[in-house]
Design a protein. Structure first.
Length: 247
């Protein structure tokens, strides 16, 4: 007796076919997905590790600021020369403390960041004495702009870009934050020399007139600190710690 072929038989055959074929297809697809995910993860890990390495290398590079000596001396350490890293730390701390006495509204955290990085260019350009002549200052400015560009090229990270933009803002001195940062950067050596009976003023025959000219941005930033500076400079003149004028 010949068995008739039914619709049920066709359905069973098709299901058996799918059972034999589809599991292999799904497994292959799953394997491809896992491989693809692993490749993506390895690429992401590689990019992340490279980013971490660049950031750590940037930190190591910035440590070189400790080797840059300034003309100001450290009274608390037998009047040795201060280095630029120490100066950057102290001037940032000074901005935080002195923010209570300013006449303009600023983002103090941004000022602190600005001051922490404001001298990083000295790693490549070196430090220039605050009272150098105009020709030397013009050359130093060009050297420093080249230095900040070189730093970013060498360490093309987001943080290096932030450092570059903060440094440019500081140097241009147009924003309230930059004006405050510049003022504190120039006020601190004044304070250090006052506390050191003239310090580098005596060594380099600096005058009251020169100090006031260098600190003139303070007039806009803090009338209180400007008045304090003038009073202390008068006392310094009386005590022979500083000349009246450079003439």
């Amino acid at each position: 007796m010949i068995r008739k072929h039914s619709f049920h038989d066709n359905s069973c055959s098709e299901r058996n076919f799918r059972r034999n074929i589809y599991p292999k297809s799904r497994t292959a697809i799953k394997i491809k997905e896992i491989i693809s995910q692993n490749i993506v993860k390895r690429v992401k890990d590689k990019v992340l590790n490279a980013s971490i390495e660049n950031s750590l290398n940037l930190i190591t590079e910035l440590e070189k600021l400790k080797s840059i000596q300034r003309k100001t001396t450290v009274k608390a350490d037998n009047n040795r020369r201060e280095n630029s890293a120490e100066h950057s730390w102290q001037v940032a701390l000074s901005a935080y403390v002195l923010s209570d006495f300013i006449d303009i509204k600023v983002d103090v955290n941004k000022v602190i960041q600005m001051l922490l990085i404001h001298d990083v260019v000295e790693i490549y350009a070196g430090d220039l004495f605050a009272f150098a002549d105009s020709t030397q200052k013009a050359q130093q400015m060009q050297n420093e702009y080249n230095a900040i560009a070189d730093l970013y090229k060498k360490f093309p990270t987001d943080k290096a870009k932030e450092i570059k933009l903060l440094w440019i803002e500081f140097e241009e001195g147009k924003t309230p934050e930059a004006k405050f940062a510049l003022s504190v950067d120039r006020f601190l050596p004044f304070l250090q020399n006052i506390n050191n009976q003239g310090g580098s003023w005596n060594e380099f025959n600096i005058s009251k007139q020169q100090v006031l000219e260098r600190n003139k941005t303070l007039v806009e930033v803090s009338s209180t600190l400007w008045q304090y500076m003038n009073e202390k400079l008068d006392e310094a003149v009386d005590k022979g710690w500083i000349l009246v004028s450079s003439e």
